[in-house]
Design a protein around this ligand. Structure first.
Ligand code: PMP
Length: 281
């Protein structure tokens, strides 16, 4: 494990955040999580683009050029010596006497942690994971990858306490996304997922899966679906950088059909891509 704060590499346990860091006091910042397969970051470009979009959305500049941030991430990765890694990257609006409005000028601060990747166990990958549902209580700008994750944290805790793997937000009957994942269902051979609106994070894995589906000639509809449709789906799965695509076995204790014909095809192709990028780059 290795960490970076502001302008230097630090030990992951080192206490480095000044008390008036706006990330610390307000959650005033954004982040990304990038998966590294066999020493090679996967979809780095897409993650950096989303980072830039999130920064722009909250009126914050980046502390360094995108190239420099990428170079620092690669340096951190190399220093860590980890092959199957996860790069956590966050940028906050910096350090200033506490006031709500933005400091002027503000000096954004980058921090990073590189650690061993969290992976779904082979058992969970094979059997699928149970989820619970929870009321959608978040704000109307979920596409920004904001540090303000309290509703997500509370939802995930609820899932853990129920012995489930993920909590799925439901907004008046409509399934939006998981607390840290997107959702897909399959109905009569068509792959469905919530459209990339303000109501969800536009997951990079979601995008890769849609791309793979297109490649495989699988019909796709980006449209909202209801909790009832999820319960009756032929297949249902979660997507995220850490989970890739993971089958959902049950919702609120009710077993699903558990089909995985398309999921398995898509996931096999996903795994190929994580290897292919390495060969190509
Ligand atoms: N939705 C939310 C709310 C998330 O936090 C995440 C994970 N960052 C995702 C979806 C999945 O996004 P990605 O595929 O980019 O990891």
């Amino acid at each position: 494990e290795i960490a970076y704060y502001h302008d230097r590499f630090v030990d992951v346990d080192e206490r480095v955040i000044p008390i008036q860091e706006r990330g610390h006091q307000f959650g005033d910042g954004i982040y990304e999580v990038i998966r590294v397969y066999d020493g090679e970051p996967f979809t780095m470009k897409e993650h950096m683009e989303r980072l830039e979009k999130s920064a722009e959305a909250i009126g914050m500049g980046l502390p360094y050029s995108r190239e420099k941030i990428e170079a620092l991430a690669l340096e951190a990765l190399e220093r860590s010596g980890i092959q199957e890694a996860e790069i956590y990257m966050q940028i906050t609006r910096g350090i200033h006497l506490r006031q709500h409005h933005y400091p002027d000028p503000s000096e954004p601060v980058l921090s990073m942690v590189v650690k061993e990747a969290r992976k779904l166990t082979p058992e969970k990958r094979a059997a699928g994971v149970p989820v619970i549902t929870t009321e959608e209580i978040r704000w109307k700008m979920c596409w920004i990858k904001s540090l303000n994750l309290l509703p997500n944290v509370m939802a995930k805790q609820k899932a853990m306490e129920a012995g489930a793997h993920e909590a799925v937000f439901v907004d008046q009957g409509t399934v939006t996304e998981g607390s840290s994942s997107n959702l897909f269902i399959v109905k009569d051979g068509t792959l469905l997922t919530h459209p990339a609106t303000n109501a969800i994070l536009h997951g990079i894995t979601r995008r890769v899966i849609l791309d793979i589906a297109e490649e495989l000639g699988i019909p796709v509809e980006e449209r909202t679906f209801t909790l009832d449709e999820l319960l009756e789906a032929d297949e249902a799965f979660l997507s995220s950088t850490t989970m890739e695509a993971a089958s959902i076995s049950a919702v609120d204790g009710r077993p699903l059909k558990g089909g995985r014909t398309l999921l398995d095809r898509i996931h096999a192709r996903f795994v190929e891509r994580t290897k292919k990028e390495k060969v190509d780059s």
